[in-house]
Ligand binder design. Structure first.
Ligand code: ADP
Length: 387
C-alpha cells in the first residue's frame, strides 16, 4: 500500500525499495511495466504539446459539449486571442469568428461543410482557411478538430498575379492599337500629306520601340520569377559596370543635353552578378536621364562602406511626390502615366531594380524633392562572409 501511495504521489521508487517493501516478483514486474507505460505516455504528451505549440498552423479542439479544449499558439496569433481566455469556454460564446463555432458544431453533428475561409478585418486584411475533422476521445465522446492556416500571403500573391496579367494585356495592347490606328490613318489618305506621313511613321517607330522594351522587361521578369535567371556573384569592378550601363543610356543623355558623371575608386568592386549589376545601373541611369529636364545633371557614385559598397544615382530632375515613393517599385506603377509613356517607359524598370537588389541581399533607398531631383542609393553587402 505504501508503494502504491508513493506511485500515486508521483514518486518513482527504485527496485531496491520495492524489494525492501517485500513485494512479490510478479508485482514488482507489473509495477515496472506500468511505470514504463506512464513514462512513455508522459513523453508522448510532452511531444504532442511541443508540436502543438511550435506548429505554424492554428489548432483548436472542441469537445462534444462545445467547449474549447486546445487553443495553440498559432491559433492565438492568427485570431488575436489568448488561450487562457478561451480554453474551457463555450466556443460559441468565446467571441471568436462565428464561422468557427458553426464549423465545429456542424462537424460534431456530422453535417455541413468541412472547410471555410474567414476574413479578419485589419490592415492588411487577413484570410484564414479552416478545415474541420472529427475524432473520438476516450470517455469524452466526439471532439472536433479545427485546423487554421494563414492564407493571407497566398491570396495577396494570387491577387497581384491576376492584376499583373490584366496589366500586361493592357500594356501590350496600347502600342499595338496605336500602330494600327496610325497605319489605318495612313491608308485612309494621310499618305498623301508628306508632313503627316513623317509624323505617323515616327509614331509607329516609337510605339514599336516601346513594345520591344516592354517585351524585354516582361521577359526579364518572367525569367527571374521562374528561376531561369541565376545570380552568380563574382567581384565585379564597379566603374566597368557603370560604363557598360552608360553606353545604352548615352544617346538619350546626349540628345537631351544631360551631363552624366560616373565616379568610383578604380579598385572598388561589388560582389555581384555582373549582368544583373549592369542592368541595375542601366535602369537607374535611364530613369535619372528620362526624368531630368534638358540640360540637367546626372551622377553615379560608388563608395566603399563598412559593410560593403554604396552606389548613388543622383539627378537634378523632376523629383517624386513623397506619398508615391513607396509605390514606384511596384510593377507598372508610374507617377505620371502619360509622361512615362511619352518618354518610352515601361513601368517595370524599378520593379526589376528592386528584385536585383533583393537577390543580392542589398537595400535601396530614395531621397527626393519635387522639382529638384532624386537620389537612389543602393547598398550591397561585401560578400566576405559568403566567400
Ligand atoms: P518607367 O518605365 O515608367 O520609368 P520605372 O519602374 O523605372 O518605370 O519607374 C516607375 C516610376 O517612378 C516612373 O514612371 C516615374 O514616375 C518614377 N521615377 C523613377 N525614377 C525616377 C527619377 N529618377 N526621377 C523622377 N521620377 C522617377
Amino acid at each position: 500500500l505504501r508503494v502504491l501511495r508513493l506511485l500515486a504521489a508521483g514518486h518513482d521508487p527504485d527496485l531496491a525499495t520495492l524489494k525492501r517493501e517485500g513485494m512479490s516478483r510478479e508485482l514488482i514486474l507489473a509495477i515496472v511495466d506500468v511505470r514504463g507505460s506512464i513514462r512513455a505516455l508522459n513523453n508522448e504528451k510532452r511531444r504532442a504539446e511541443t508540436v502543438l505549440s511550435e506548429i505554424g498552423d492554428g489548432i483548436i479542439t472542441v469537445d462534444g459539449a462545445g467547449k474549447v479544449v486546445v487553443f495553440n499558439r498559432a491559433a492565438e496569433s492568427m485570431l488575436g486571442e489568448k488561450a487562457s481566455r478561451v480554453v474551457g469556454q463555450d466556443l460559441e460564446s468565446a467571441d471568436l469568428h462565428p464561422e468557427l463555432a458553426r464549423l465545429a458544431s456542424d462537424c460534431l453533428d456530422g453535417r455541413g461543410a468541412r472547410a471555410a475561409e474567414i476574413r479578419l478585418p485589419g490592415v492588411p486584411e487577413r484570410v484564414i482557411g479552416i478545415r474541420a475533422t472529427r475524432f473520438p476521445e476516450f470517455g469524452r465522446g466526439d471532439t472536433a478538430l479545427l485546423l487554421l492556416r494563414d492564407l493571407s500571403e497566398a491570396r495577396r500573391h494570387e491577387k497581384m498575379q491576376k492584376e499583373f496579367v490584366s496589366n500586361v494585356s493592357h500594356e501590350l495592347r496600347t502600342p499595338i492599337t496605336a500602330v494600327r490606328v496610325t497605319a489605318e490613318a495612313l491608308l485612309a489618305g494621310a499618305k498623301n500629306d508628306e508632313e503627316l506621313v513623317d509624323r505617323f511613321l515616327s509614331n509607329i517607330v516609337a510605339e514599336s520601340d516601346r513594345l520591344s522594351a516592354l517585351i524585354d522587361d516582361l521577359m526579364e521578369i518572367a525569367k527571374r520569377e521562374s528561376g531561369i535567371t541565376r545570380t552568380e556573384k563574382t567581384q565585379v569592378r564597379v566603374l566597368d559596370a557603370m560604363e557598360r550601363a552608360y553606353m545604352t543610356v548615352r544617346p538619350q543623355a546626349e540628345k537631351s543635353g544631360i551631363a552624366v558623371e560616373l565616379q568610383a575608386p578604380p579598385d572598388l568592386t561589388a560582389y555581384a552578378d555582373e549582368t544583373q549589376l549592369v542592368q541595375l545601373f542601366r535602369n537607374l541611369l535611364d530613369n535619372a536621364v528620362k526624368y531630368s529636364l534638358e540640360g540637367g545633371k546626372v551622377s553615379m557614385t560608388g563608395v566603399r562602406t563598412e559593410s560593403g559598397i554604396e552606389i548613388a544615382a543622383q539627378d537634378t530632375g523632376i523629383g517624386i511626390p513623397h506619398g508615391e515613393v513607396d509605390r514606384i517599385f511596384e510593377r507598372f506603377y508610374r507617377v505620371d502615366k502619360a509622361r512615362s509613356r511619352r518618354i518610352g517607359g515601361t513601368g517595370l524598370g524599378l520593379a526589376i531594380v528592386k528584385d536585383i537588389v533583393d537577390a543580392h541581399g542589398g537595400r535601396i533607398a530614395v531621397d527626393t524633392q519635387l522639382g529638384r531631383g532624386s537620389t537612389f542609393t543602393v547598398s550591397l553587402p561585401s560578400g566576405d562572409r559568403e566567400q
